[in-house]
Design a protein around this ligand. Structure first.
Ligand SMILES: C[S@@+](CC[C@H](N)C(=O)[O-])C[C@H]1O[C@@H](n2cnc3c(N)ncnc32)[C@H](O)[C@@H]1O
Length: 298
């Protein structure tokens, strides 16, 4: 079993929210839209981007991490902030959401205000592999499927361990293939998310997360439901009708409709090959022995 370690940060740093300049939608050209990755499009269309498992997974994490108003949570790759706002609204906990995409963070702040949890949620630009928080700052670190997008995953995991308090919980929801994808499918997904992914299977993520100082407290495995083309089309039409998108020039609107719908149909096919696990892991103290006689549900 290998362990993850990271350089200690001892001095607290300032964490003021980045003042985010909103996208100048009227000036967005069709070319600019066609070169956006899916993660950039999320910020543009202001999609409610949920973790794998959606609201059920958020609820499960809230319960399993015993969240309450005394707890502080760091959400990695918050995107447009639905998980952060939901956790705050459901439990009264404090949440710091971080992401590398400022436009998504701007929408996350708006969402927290709309949901009346802005006093509990802070959003800032930060990188999973170089978090700007002192050691042992958080009771819970939540990372949906974000770690799969990070090239230096070991560094990210070491950072999650570093910022967790002793006994703190890591909630991770990694996605993996349960049916082997074609090379074409994997390549198309790589282009859409602009990340050079290699297909991961459940065992890969178990090997990744189940390392010292983490001990697994619970794991639930799921597969994604298969959806008809028409359901995804109807969802895209609803998103693309949003009032703020109507100020795009007509040719840019067409480019957006094309690329967004293509990506969502691609994800429909891709997710039909995939499953995910909700993992709750605890940062254990070094003086505790690993569990020897482990068990499985029968
Ligand atoms: C698909 S979205 C998030 C989905 C959802 N929040 C979840 O839990 O799975 C992935 C987000 O991760 C962000 N991201 C990618 N690399 C990152 C990094 N190194 N540090 C922080 N955020 C990152 C992207 O900008 C994007 O908003």
């Amino acid at each position: 079993m290998h362990s993850v370690t990271s350089q200690k940060k001892t001095s607290p740093e300032a964490h003021a929210n980045d003042a985010t300049a909103p996208l100048d939608i009227k000036a967005l050209s069709p070319e600019a839209i066609s070169t956006m990755s899916y993660n950039e499009l999320i910020g543009l269309v202001r999609e409610t981007n949920r973790p794998p498992g959606g609201s059920k997974a958020i609820m499960e994490v809230a319960h399993q991490c015993f969240l309450n108003p005394g707890k502080t949570v760091l959400e990695i790759g918050t995107s447009t902030g639905i998980t952060a706002s939901e956790l705050a609204q459901l439990t009264g906990c404090k949440v710091v959401g971080i992401d590398i995409n400022e436009n998504s963070l701007a929408e996350a702040r708006e969402r927290a205000s709309r949901k009346k949890v802005a006093h509990l949620c802070t959003f800032q630009k930060d990188d999973a592999t170089a978090l700007s928080f002192p050691d042992e700052s958080f009771d819970v670190v939540f990372c949906g499927n974000v770690t799969s997008l990070v090239s230096n995953r070991d560094k990210a995991l070491a950072e999650y361990a570093r910022v967790l308090k002793p006994g703190g919980l890591l909630a991770a929801i990694p996605m993996y293939y349960i049916k082997e994808p074609s090379d074409q499918l994997v390549n198309d997904v790589r282009k859409a998310i602009r990340v050079n992914i290699t297909p991961q299977y459940r065992q890969d993520w178990e090997n990744f997360f189940k390392v010292s100082p983490f001990a697994t407290l619970s794991q639930s495995n799921f597969s994604f439901d298969e959806l008809p083309v028409s359901t995804v089309d109807a969802f895209c039409k609803m998103i693309l009708k949003r009032p703020h998108l109507q100020s795009l020039p007509a040719d840019s609107q067409q480019a957006l409709n094309k690329i967004y719908t293509e990506f969502m149909q691609l994800f429909r096919v891709n997710l039909a090959h995939m499953g995910f696990s909700t993992l709750i892991l605890r940062k254990e103290s070094p003086d505790i022995d690993a569990e020897l006689f482990t068990s499985s549900k029968i």
